[in-house]
Design a protein around this ligand. Structure first.
Ligand SMILES: [Ca+2]
Ligand SMILES: [Ca+2]
Length: 146
């Protein structure tokens, strides 16, 4: 199984009304232990030098785990979530891709951890009392190939 030194997340925000947000997000990497999902890492998404998650715009994030690489055991026993941790300003993506970069010289050099070509238009991220969706959603795995 691959050892992952870096994770790249690329997402595009939907064009629909209020899809944009200025909220802060974290990445959550979890491993299944029996019936329980254990949190391994939860780094904040880095701040990019412009206004992120605006309508129709694509944002790219890189998470460096080279000091403590991730042993990616399988797609069924590992998962990656994205969680809104500030604001009540809902966000709706229209695509999300998650790439794992393995250690230098290893084969394969990268693996696709998540591919959501058409993120479901109902699957908002949100927080607060009138939230239109949960703050955290799984972004690993595969969906929406149409
Ligand atoms: Ca919004
Ligand atoms: Ca924004």
């Amino acid at each position: 199984m691959p050892t992952i030194n870096r994770i790249i997340v690329t997402h595009t925000t939907s064009d629909v009304s209020d899809a944009n947000t200025d909220a802060v997000f974290e990445l959550e990497i979890e491993r299944r232990n029996g019936q329980v999902w254990e949190l391994l890492k939860n780094p904040d998404f880095p701040n990019l030098p412009y206004n992120e998650r605006e309508k129709g715009r694509t944002d790219k994030y890189s998470f460096d785990f080279s000091n403590d690489p991730i042993n990616w055991t399988s797609q069924t026993d590992m998962r990656i979530k994205m969680r809104m941790i500030s604001s009540n300003d809902a966000w709706l993506p229209k695509s999300i891709f998650v790439i794992g970069i393995t250690s230098l010289g290893s084969t394969p050099p990268a693996i696709v951890l998540g591919a959501h070509l058409s993120w479901p238009s109902t699957d908002w991220f949100d927080r607060g009392s009138n939230a239109v969706g949960p703050p955290g959603r799984k972004i690993s795995g595969f969906s929406g190939f149409s």
